[in-house]
Design a protein around this ligand. Structure first.
Ligand code: ATP
Length: 209
């Protein structure tokens, strides 16, 4: 994982953004990040934990914990940078605002927004989605819905913005499932990295569902 110091000096022409609650970060997040870096030939991928995301009804775990677990989880990825900007904002946080800031910070870079298919299905409900599609190429990896069904989204049937497919095997992992397992005292290995499992235990996270 690059440090924020490295990120200032590195020449960045292809910049990805992977946003999420990361409550907690899990192996599928890592696989998605790795696929994006490799397949999109990114110079850098900004992993951006949300503040209080507008579309999550549940109160999220404190940002300091989610950021710390992201630092542990993405440590094996040289080009990933954990970016706290959304956790420092007051009120609702929007992907659009982060992309706009990245555009200003890296004016010469092509931006890529990396999403799982569940998020892509809801994309046209997002705040300023059309403007997002103008700022970044939307890159989507397959993900089953809650019932285990796949599909429901295709790059052909997608609305106007250009969507690009990321090749990723279907990974039946979700943060919801991990939180439920912790609350029922079940193992979360290998769904999260060992360092994250230890962090969850040490900080008594997710003990109530
Ligand atoms: P929760 O279960 O709490 O809703 P989550 O597992 O979906 O959480 P998020 O932090 O909301 O995790 O996801 C961040 C990004 O990673 C989203 O774009 C999401 O679609 C993607 N993602 C998460 N899990 C997977 C998976 N198993 N396969 C593909 N993409 C995934």
């Amino acid at each position: 994982m690059a440090s924020s110091g490295d990120s200032k000096t590195q020449v960045v022409t292809r910049l990805g953004m992977l946003g999420g609650a990361f409550d907690p970060p899990h192996r599928a997040h890592f696989a998605l990040a790795q696929a994006a870096i490799d397949q999109l030939q990114l110079d850098q991928l900004r992993v951006i934990p949300t503040g209080q995301a507008w579309h999550k009804s549940r109160a999220l775990t404190a940002a300091e914990h989610r950021v710390a677990m992201c630092e542990l989880s993405f440590t094996g990825l040289d080009r990933a940078v954990i970016d706290r900007r959304e956790t420092l904002r007051d009120g609702a946080t929007y992907t659009f605002d982060s992309l706009l800031e990245l555009r200003a910070e890296f004016p010469a870079a092509q931006l890529f927004l990396v999403l799982g298919e569940d998020q892509a299905r809801a994309f046209t409900t997002w705040h300023r989605w059309e403007a997002i599609a103008e700022l970044a190429i939307i890159c989507v990896a397959a993900r089953a819905d809650e019932s285990g069904a796949t599909g429901g989204f295709s790059t052909q049937s997608a609305p106007t913005p250009p969507f690009k497919r990321l090749e990723l095997p279907l990974l039946p992992v979700s943060a919801t499932d991990i939180r439920q397992r912790v609350a029922s005292h079940e193992s979360v290995s290998p769904l999260v990295f060992d360092s994250v499992a230890r962090y969850i235990e040490q900080h008594h996270l997710y003990l109530t569902p």
